[in-house]
Write a protein that binds this ligand. Structure first.
Ligand SMILES: [Fe+2]
Length: 354
């Protein structure tokens, strides 16, 4: 039964290759073609010998570099982006494709310790970015922090705030802000509980009808934390109060742009035409290498188990972004969706009351 929140996607399991299996293949007579799909900044830290380097956003333009008569094994740090890449190659007719399960991290741990390991938290010395999946709701929250100042922001916290409180306490972090990308209609949000626990202010769009104490954000404003800041892009469409938050080369897109689709527009005063304009005028102007961090993943939302992508990759593969015209996009966003969930208006009211 698909989740009624986002558009159902084609099912399709991506073949995964365990690290030990890869180790055996590499030692055998027909080693596969290894492809590193991470950006150069991560590759510098560690990579597997004898591989090709094709970052995910450049994969669509570099299919000619991949062999069709040999198995192709894609890898990244933890296996998430490699799955996206493998799914893409399968769609393009490559039939001997797999993603390295657990990524180079797991390969280094169980097969070859000489391959360097590196922390996914550290994006250079000045930033920590931690994605916090909630399997029970299929939601993704984000913790971003300046490690030298020990000041952090949490984006779209879930109702159970214990994991955030533990993370803050363990790391000696001060929470500078709680940011909601929009009024959620599919799950109870955690901003109120997290505010009670930390006293951090809650930031929402100036268009939000929120009834709880909050600070209002408009286009171009920033939410600072330590030496970093989240910059606000107003992206109405999924809901009228939707914000996308830009942090250096990363964007937190909420449900404006999901991996492979977009969040439906009929639950929170949204509009497919507004969403089209937000995507065309704001999101798609950003560079292809921009990393896309959405608010949902997985089967509960009828989405694939993808956790991060790049704008360049989504630009050419995302069902919503490849409709070709505003008219076709609006049709895509208004036809073929499951019925509205029964309790969405109750959830919206609860989230606005805080
Ligand atoms: Fe949403």
């Amino acid at each position: 039964m698909p989740h009624p929140y986002v558009r159902p996607q084609r099912p399709g399991a991506v073949p995964l290759l365990a690290p030990k299996e890869l180790g055996a293949l590499l030692a055998g007579p027909e080693p596969p073609c290894l492809v590193d799909v991470r950006p150069a900044s991560e590759r510098r830290l560690a990579h597997l010998a004898g591989d090709l380097h094709i970052p995910l956003d450049q994969l669509p333009a570099n299919l000619g570099r991949l062999p069709r008569d040999r198995a192709v094994v894609l890898y990244d740090h933890l296996g998430f982006r490699a799955r996206v890449a493998a799914e893409f190659l399968l769609d393009r007719g490559f039939d001997r494709v797999a993603a390295l399960e657990g990524g180079i991290e797991e390969y280094s741990r169980v097969v070859d310790p000489s391959v360097g390991r590196y922390s996914d938290d550290l994006r250079g010395p000045e930033l920590v970015l931690r994605q916090m999946p909630r399997p029970e709701t299929g939601c993704l929250a984000y913790f971003v922090g300046d490690p030298s100042a020990r000041v952090a922001v949490i984006i779209d916290p879930g109702q159970d705030v214990a994991p955030y409180r533990a993370l803050l306490a363990d790391g000696g972090w001060t929470l500078a802000a709680i940011v909601e990308t929009h009024t959620h209609a599919d799950h109870l949000a955690g901003h109120a509980a997290l505010h009670t626990a930390t006293e951090a202010p809650i930031f929402v769009s100036h268009r939000s009808p929120a009834q709880y104490p909050h600070r209002r954000l408009s286009e171009g404003e920033a939410v600072p934390f330590g030496s970093q800041e989240l910059v606000v892009l107003e992206t109405p469409g999924h809901t009228v109060d939707h914000l996308t938050l830009r942090l250096r080369d990363e964007i937190f897109t909420g449900d404006t742009l999901l991996l492979g689709s977009c969040g439906r527009t009929d639950l929170g005063g949204g509009s497919p035409d507004l969403l089209w304009e937000s995507l065309q005028d704001k999101i798609l102007h950003l560079p292809n290498e921009t990393e896309v961090y959405p608010a949902h993943y997985g089967p509960k939302h009828a989405l694939p188990d993808r956790f991060v992508s790049t704008l360049g990759f989504e630009r050419v593969t995302n069902e919503a972004l490849t409709q070709g015209s505003q008219e076709a996009f609006v049709r895509y966003m208004t036809e073929g969706w499951p019925p509205k969930p029964k309790d969405f208006d109750r959830i919206v009211r609860a989230n606005l009351d805080g």
